[in-house]
Design a protein around this ligand. Structure first.
Ligand SMILES: Nc1ncnc2c1ncn2[C@@H]1O[C@H](COP(=O)(O)OP(=O)(O)OP(=O)(O)O)[C@@H](O)[C@H]1O
Ligand SMILES: [Mg+2]
Length: 260
């Protein structure tokens, strides 16, 4: 199945969750570089104004805090995020209410998150959130899954995933050697951990490589940067671009969007 067909199916499945008058949360998990952000943004762009995009990456600890903790060399590992903060935000988003809820977003160009970068108006029926650890059943991460109405696991063949990840590290300033070391070191440990959570997903989405994956023309929600925000701040040089409760299906993905 082509990327476009996979996206069409994903949009149709997400649309089922977006009923005006109620608030639903869709999570998208998967290994680093597998295409979570790309598909989440593309789905939200296609469903706007019925959907908003809230990235887990907005909860990266700051570089200063990672230095203080001695964890900068493992940035991206589960303990380098404010997982409890993310859970609290999901709870607020789920509760709905009369106010706009603001969420942070991570800017790869700055290598930092910025508070209140994403606005979720009160009447938006579907919030699409994505990140590595939505299905992790450890520590505060275990609080994520029960707050999500559905979780998909996005994957692409392993060679393509590694290539995408490598290319992105180089785009954002690493040398090819540094990028390779990161992809096969820190990223790979995270990828293996995330892969062990795949069976908790409701749906596995197989992504095919695309020429221009999910970059809509600017406008509406289509102008989101690689990191999920609609307007990169000055200095950002982004080119464009759990559970305590078991899942309802007893642990196996109910359905797969196959795309091989
Ligand atoms: N189907 C695809 N075809 C071609 N390129 C893709 C596809 N999906 C993603 N990409 C590219 O691969 C890179 C990684 O994708 P993306 O950022 O969506 O992955 P991710 O799972 O969100 O990664 P991370 O966990 O690091 O945030 C990006 O540069 C993106 O443009
Ligand atoms: Mg991402």
């Amino acid at each position: 199945m082509s990327w476009e067909q996979t996206l069409d199916e994903a949009v149709a499945a997400a649309r089922q969750l977006a009923s005006p008058g109620s608030r639903k949360l869709l999570g998208i998990a998967g290994a680093p570089g597998g295409g979570k952000s790309t598909i989440a943004r593309a789905v939200v762009d296609r469903l706007a104004p019925l959907a908003c995009y809230v990235p887990m990456d907005g909860f990266h600890l700051s570089n200063a805090e990672l230095d203080r903790l001695g964890r900068r060399d493992r940035k991206g590992a589960p303990d380098t995020f404010d997982a409890a903060g993310y859970v609290a935000l999901l709870r607020r988003l789920r509760a709905g209410g009369a106010d706009t809820v603001y969420a942070p977003a991570y800017y790869r160009g700055l290598e930092e998150a910025i508070a209140a970068a994403v606005a979720v108006p009160p009447d938006v029926p579907l919030v699409v959130t994505e990140g590595n650890y939505l299905l992790l059943d450890e520590g505060a991460w275990a609080g994520v899954r029960p707050l999500l109405d559905a979780v998909w696991y996005v994957e692409i063949d392993e060679a393509t995933r590694l290539e995408q990840l490598l290319r992105r590290h180089i785009t954002y300033g690493k040398t090819p050697d540094q990028a390779r070391a990161w992809v096969h070191g820190s990223d790979q440990r995270n990828a293996e951990l995330v892969a062990r959570t795949r069976h908790r997903a409701d749906l596995v989405v197989h992504a095919a490589p695309a020429q221009h994956p999910g970059r809509p023309p600017d406008g509406a929600q289509g102008a989101m940067a690689d990191d999920g925000s609609s307007t990169p701040p000055p200095g950002a040089h982004d080119a464009h671009d759990a559970p305590t409760a078991p899942p309802a299906n007893g642990g196996n993905p109910r359905k797969e969007l196959s795309g091989d």
